[in-house]
Ligand binder design. Structure first.
Ligand SMILES: *[C@@H]1O[C@H](CO)[C@@H](O)[C@H](O)[C@H]1NC(C)=O
Length: 268
């Protein structure tokens, strides 16, 4: 197995550990045309993995019934907790005058385009895992924002939206944690070459086929995440960057930002 990049991110434990369920696992695939990573959502559709994304968004079924989330619902507040710079102001002041339903601002991390949409109930199909084998396939309840099809520009053909994995209440890890009663943690393994990587939501243990009986999460070196006010993305503090022992020349000031953002999307 050539795991090229492995990130273990631990967000805060927002749910009690009682009646704990099993973590869920999905394959993560690299789209060769766009170099973006996708995970399966449901009904054959994929979502682009965006570690910095605060929401899950997708094009909704034609004729879906919106208006399930009044502006006053906590879910609406969570959806608008982190306004994207350049998108509309958060909240649903404009909609309130019309029909009082929640508006969320969906954002395409490749093009930088955003669009407004309603919230909808959906499901995320994944396998529970005991750390070495899949146990059973489950439908995880989730809330996604509905985006217009035009927002899919520059995303892989098979994808219908974006799975945000930031530390916000409506990002996928928090939603899986709430629905499955697992820890609000995820593990993401992205492969640069052929073959699938993996995303596990809910924590370890994790056993690799090459090393049965060893919990891989105990073998890792950990670094604390740095929180930035008003931004749910995951940051780490970086002093220098080396690839295979060779130091990459980076201007010192580039790293002295109080935290470097972790991103799953290649900058263009
Ligand atoms: C769940 O596991 C089964 C059997 O390994 C597999 O066929 C199916 O594609 C998996 N589902 C997901 C969503 O990964």
């Amino acid at each position: 197995m050539s795991l090229v990049a492995l990130l273990v991110l631990a967000a805060s434990l927002a749910w009690p550990a009682s009646s704990q369920g099993l973590p869920v696992l999905v394959p993560v695939t690299k789209d060769p045309a766009t170099s973006l990573y996708t995970l399966p959502f449901h009904s054959g559709a994929n979502l682009v993995v965006d570690i910095t994304g605060p929401l899950v968004w997708s094009t909704c079924q034609p004729g879906h019934l919106p208006a399930k989330f009044p502006c006053t619902f906590p879910t609406c507040r969570l959806a608008n907790a982190y306004p994207v710079p350049g998108c509309h102001e958060p909240g649903c002041e404009q909609e309130r005058r019309k029909d009082g339903t929640c508006t969320a601002y969906t954002y395409n991390p490749v093009t930088g385009v955003c669009a407004s949409g309603s919230l909808d109930h959906t499901r995320f199909v994944a396998n529970t895992t005991d750390g070495s084998n899949p146990v059973r396939q489950v439908n995880v309840r989730a809330v996604a924002a509905c985006a217009p099809e035009t927002l899919l520009a520059s995303l892989p053909r098979s994808s219908t939206g974006v799975a945000g994995l930031a530390g916000s209440g409506l990002a996928l890890p928090a939603q899986v944690a709430s629905a499955q009663k697992v820890a609000n943690k995820f593990l993401l393994c992205l492969r640069l070459g052929e073959g699938n990587g993996v995303a596990i939501f809910g924590g370890g243990p994790l056993q690799l086929t090459a090393q049965p009986g060893v919990d891989y999460t105990q073998e890792l070196v950990y670094t604390p995440l740095v929180a930035k006010h008003g931004n749910p993305a995951h940051y780490v503090s970086v002093e220098s960057i080396a690839v295979e022992g060779a130091r990459v020349p980076v201007p010192a000031r580039a790293l002295a930002t109080g935290g470097v953002v972790l991103s799953s999307i290649k900058a263009h």
